[in-house]
Design a protein around this ligand. Sequence first.
Ligand code: PLP
Length: 626
Amino acid sequence: LKRYGADKWGQGFLAVNGEGCLTFKAPALPELDLQRVAMVLRERGVHSPFVLRFPGMIVAAMERLHRAFELAAEENEYQGEHMGMYPLKVNQRRSVVETVVAARERCAYGLEAGSKPELLLAMAQPVSKAPLICNGYKDREFIRLAFHAAELGHEVILVLESMREVQRYLDIYAQGEWKATPFLGMRAKLYSRGSGRWQSSGGERSKFGLTTNEMLEVVRRLEGADALDRLSLLHFHIGSQITQIKRIKVAVREGIRLWCSLRARCGGLRYIDLGGGIGIDYDGSRTSYPSSANYSLEEYASQVVFEIGQVVRELELPAPTIVTESGRVLVAQHAVTVADLREVQGALLPVPEASPAEDRLITSLRECLEYINVKNIEEYFHDAVDYRDEALQLFSRGYLSLEDRASAEGLFQRIRMRCAKLIRQMRHKPEEILDYLDRAQVKYLANFSIFQSLPDTWSIDQVFPAAPLSGHGSAPAYNAEIVDITCDSDGCVRTFAHPDDNLKSLPLHAPPARNDEPYFLGFFMTGAYQDSLANAHNLFGRCHEVIVRGPEEDGVILGAQSIEFERGLWFEVKTGYSVQDMLEEMDYDVDSITQMIRDRHLGVDTTLGQPWAMGVLQEYPYLTRT
Ligand code: PLP
């Protein structure tokens, strides 16, 4: 596990078994050999790439967060409660939402909706004791829908993000025909900012929220409309994946002072909503790096409760219910994306034998390789770069043979590998060479699309921890970066989470010699945002979904196939998008495409005839309706 840093980021759920395969331990399920899971699925026709989902991980995270607040309340003698909201935008998949909904009564979770479709989804769920919070831009239709949700019995809280939303709300409120009406919240624009990639979500220049003057104006308008009792919540959100606990403390201090000042005027104010943002330690470093967080969930709860408790005690106000909208921390760990590794580009090839006819540059490169050592590494490395560059220039001008060019490339590749070995023995490692070695030369092709399965890797350089599902008992052959099958050079994973000096490549084994022995790579913690942000670049569509279910569990997905596994476990499998689905998504009529291909074949060579054309199409079953 150490080789991939999984002893840190995979703490508690990943292990390696006697066969050198990764095992996954989800709550309420036995430990599962992931390689075996992938092989059984393959035997049953479910080929990688696919997303494995473990719903129990979501429930465990919900309980852990809630428990952390309960403990913090006990320790700080805090009188208020904690309520968690699940923000639907983090992952709207049915299997995820239904898991949250089924578990929420046990630990007081509500739903947070940021758009009309999300609100419809939330209002169709059973009424819960936790509120249904609506964030985001709200037009008249959205607000009316929220009134209908309130009539269905939900405790709806519409969080006002702008002055225009107050007026829209009051207009609808004044129509007076409602059996129940939503409560209101205000999103405050804090001066405090988060840390990490989303820090611009907070601070005075943030896109969302009301200034202090605007909040006072909202209070005046609600008073004027005799609706001040509707105001029940103060919200702020300083960004997703907040990397430093210090920033959270500062924001909470500012937020609770605002809450207390408003509470003096609005007796109905009872919730303080901290938004989302609890960070996930994707790279296992427990630092304030963008893909990590320097605090635990327990520390988060303890600091928040302490800060809020201190101020309300000082001002002798009732303790508010603390609402969290953290979503990433609830669902990130439940999903593993599995792709099979296919082939290596840039692997070591044999170098032509030395010959009297070869260019002197090639001979010099051979000498570099023979004599480079710890003492002369910098000088010899520089020489090798010069010889290699000169050889390539000579080739371009027509003065070097193709064989010599091949020798220059091959010898340089070996010098590079030798440097990698030597540098491990050195205490003071030369920066320049380290930097060069960091750039992995070997590329491993994985059968998936990064744009579809790990969109945050492409868009914001997010690290998702990765490790092969097998081969943990043997030494890897390469340090490689991962390239996907899209025809885009951005389709590449270049940053990994493992403890070696070299984070820019992943230690991997040689590709399988046979097709029936696939080498699978798992990307972990892909459960938050990746499904909703996935895009269809190159028309690679949604992958197969595999939900791992216990013997007593029911499935939730319409049209899913069930595959029995072992020990009573079963897989609920939803087939991914086909070539046909993707073409139809782009407005094509697949029937007329296949018709056209058939007609064209017949037209091109009439001697081949209709049976031949049908035979060609049958090779591609996804092009025919059956
Ligand atoms: N609440 C609001 C208002 C948000 O904008 C977000 C996401 O940025 C969240 C909650 C969820 O944040 P996270 O998933 O980082 O916890």
